[in-house]
Design a protein around this ligand. Structure first.
Ligand code: GLU
Length: 296
């Protein structure tokens, strides 16, 4: 999967260059803004100074999640997480076109930061204590919640309790919080829980009838529902809270503070709301106002 995507990126690189001047793509959930770039100066030796000086940064994000981070035909990801990354880059004096994106499937997000393969991870990334043992989080910048998606014609599943009888299979992603949270509702985890590396494989398995449901955050599922009109629907209610953070390398408190400051700034100046409206806002018109950041 990863190799074929890389090949696709290479094959469309020329197209991406020719499309770069086209700007916004409108209200179809793939909106792409190019924020005004600041000309800041930072204390020498900080991550901010290094990135600003380099004029580029590497962002880990999702490549398969409509509305948050999904690879487009131009070979670049688009979505709310991508827009948040661009707004952070702009505060560092880095233009949107100078960001490099790396696919960050759920299970490898900590590893990407630990191995210095990315500077930040913005990837529907729930802040939790286990992850905080390995990395740090700025934010939260959005609060999602776990939900269940089923085929549109299936009324037999009404929430996580529908899996307690043990006769239905549910799909999620390795290394994700939903894959953990659902287990308490399953009679036989080994038999009922199907795990892939990325959510679009779960969506294919649901369509093909190999599983009865997909579970992850509501906004991710809404993106798949919008992208596959008429095929799927949500079942029951949200049953967890998933506060999304921006992952940074463990111990880089100055960088974390800077990102938290940037979040507060974009909440206030309207660019956060605009980022939502041009992306996930296409299928979720509850434009968030920006949750209070946690400066732990
Ligand atoms: N927010 C959850 C997580 O961080 C689910 C979404 C995802 O896998 O990216 O695990």
């Amino acid at each position: 999967m990863r190799m074929s995507r890389m090949a696709a990126v290479a094959a469309t690189a020329a197209l991406a260059v020719s499309m770069a001047a086209c700007g916004d793509s409108g209200g179809d959930g793939t909106g792409s803004e190019n924020p005004d770039v600041a000309t800041p100066s930072f204390e020498a030796g900080t991550t901010m100074a290094e990135l600003s000086e380099a004029g580029t940064m590497t962002v880990g994000t999702k490549f398969d999640q409509p509305g948050f981070g999904k690879l487009g035909l131009d070979g670049e990801p688009a979505g709310f997480d991508v827009e948040i990354a661009k707004l952070i880059a702009a505060e560092l004096g880095i233009a949107a076109d100078d960001i490099e994106y790396v696919e960050a499937p759920s299970a490898v997000r900590e590893e990407l930061l630990e191995q210095d393969r990315v500077d930040i991870v913005v990837a529907t990334y729930t802040i939790n204590p286990t992850r905080k043992e390995r990395i740090d989080f700025a934010g939260p910048y959005y609060v999602a919640g776990q939900h269940i998606m089923v085929r549109a014609d299936d009324d037999s599943i009404t929430g996580p309790e529908s899996f307690e009888a043990g006769d239905k299979k549910i799909c999620s992603v390795q290394g994700s919080t939903p894959a953990e949270n659902i287990q308490e509702y399953l009679a036989d985890v080994g038999e009922q829980l199907v795990l892939f590396d990325v959510y679009e494989k779960c969506v294919d398995a649901l369509r093909g009838g190999q599983v009865d449901a997909v579970t992850t955050d509501n906004v991710i599922l809404l993106g798949f529902i919008a992208d596959n009109e008429g095929d799927f629907k949500l079942a029951g209610e949200q049953f967890t809270e998933e506060p999304y953070g921006i992952g940074v390398k463990k111990g880089d408190d100055a960088f974390r503070d800077f990102i938290n400051d940037t979040l507060e700034k974009i909440y206030d100046d309207g660019s956060y709301a605009a980022a939502w409206e041009s992306t996930a806002g296409a299928f979720d018109d509850n434009t968030p106002t920006g949750p209070a950041v946690d400066r732990y």
